[in-house]
Each structure stands twice: as C-alpha cells, then as structure tokens.
Design a protein around this ligand. Structure first.
Ligand code: 5GP
Ligand code: MG
Length: 175
C-alpha cells in the first residue's frame, strides 16, 4: 500500500447505526419465533454482525464460515476458497447468511449453492452493502442495508490487506 492512501467518509457511524437498526427490525419481524442460525462470512462481517445480533432480542444461534476470494489487494481472484467450514449441522434450520458487502456476487453464489445442498429449512441473505454495478453472478438479497458506488471501501470490518477493519465508519480508499 502506498503511503499516499487517502480515506474519505462514505457512510458515517450514525448512518450505519440507523441502517443496522432497520435491518434488525425487519429480521426480528421475520425470525423472532424461528430460532434461526445466523451465518456470518468472515472476516469482514465481524463488526456488522456483532452490531446486528446485539439488536436481536429473541433466541438465535451464530455460526461462521471463512471464505476467501480476494487475494491481497483490491480485485477478486474469481475463485472462492473455503478457509473455515461450518461446524454446526444446518439441516432443517432457518439459516440467514450475513455478509458485509456484495460485489461480483461470486462469493455468495458459491456459498448459497453449497449451503442449499445441506437442506436448510430456509435460506436467506442479509447484506450490509451492495455494489450492484459490479455483479457477475445473480444474487437475491433479502435484507439489504445500503447500495454503494463502485469504489473500494474500508472500515467497519472491511479491510485492505488486513488494515482499516477497526475504523468505525465506512471510507472510500483512494490511493
Ligand atoms: P464478491 O464475491 O461479491 O465479488 O466479493 C465479496 C467479498 O469481497 C466481500 O465479502 C468482501 O470481503 C470483498 N469486497 C468486495 N468489495 C469490497 C470493498 O469495496 N472493500 C473491501 N474491503 N472488500 C470488498
Ligand atoms: Mg466478506
């Protein structure tokens, strides 16, 4: 990374707060009596997921997988690797996949296909943000927080070479 990297706020922490509030309200309406399994995709989702689940006041369980499609840097490699698989059995469960950002859709298309084979009772997707102009694989987002422009974003869990995940707002990274 160049030392010239500049950060411009795109989504403030206040806007993130109201966005997560709305998502939590919609998820509560649909899942409060279903004991769902919230399945987060590491690593980027860890901040959003922890804000989201603390707003959900009903029985649920949490699981993670770790997928990798980006190598280091900002372009997807187009190949998805399962770096850490499910530990829980999802057969017959109401599974809600939670993702930080959807870009080409390749990661989610791969994961949803993989999960469907395990026969969950239902399978839906919640994404904090979506970059629809970059889509290469169709993905249905059941709960969407924000539509974002085609820029490389960092902060609120999103990284560039593992940096910036700790920033409390979402920024455009300009190098
Ligand atoms: P997709 O497979 O949809 O192209 O990519 C999804 C994954 O790429 C996301 O889970 C995220 O890890 C990463 N990604 C996509 N866009 C961005 C971005 O703007 N910033 C960062 N840091 N990661 C991104
Ligand atoms: Mg991710």
């Amino acid at each position: 990374m160049s030392s010239q990297a500049k950060l411009q706020v795109l989504v403030s922490r206040a806007e993130l707060n109201t966005t997560v509030d709305k998502l939590a309200a919609a998820i509560t309406r649909d899942y409060n009596d279903k004991n769902p399994l919230l399945l987060g995709i590491l690593k980027g989702v860890f901040v959003f997921m922890s804000d989201l689940v603390r707003r959900l006041d009903f029985p649920l369980e949490i699981e993670f997988v770790r997928l990798s499609s980006y190598g280091s840097g900002q372009e997807t490699s187009g190949k998805v690797k399962m770096m850490q698989d499910l530990e829980l059995n999802i057969e017959g469960r109401h599974v809600l996949v939670v993702e930080d950002i959807i870009d080409t859709g390749i990661t989610l298309a791969f994961l949803l296909d993989y999960l469907k084979k395990k026969k969950p009772a239902s399978l839906k997707l919640c994404a904090l943000s979506d970059k629809p102009v970059r889509r290469r694989m169709p993905v249905k987002i059941d709960y969407l927080g924000l539509t974002v422009p085609d820029k490389f974003l960092v902060g609120y869990g999103l990284d560039c070479d593992e940096k910036y995940r700790n920033l409390p707002d979402i920024y455009v990274l300009e190098e």
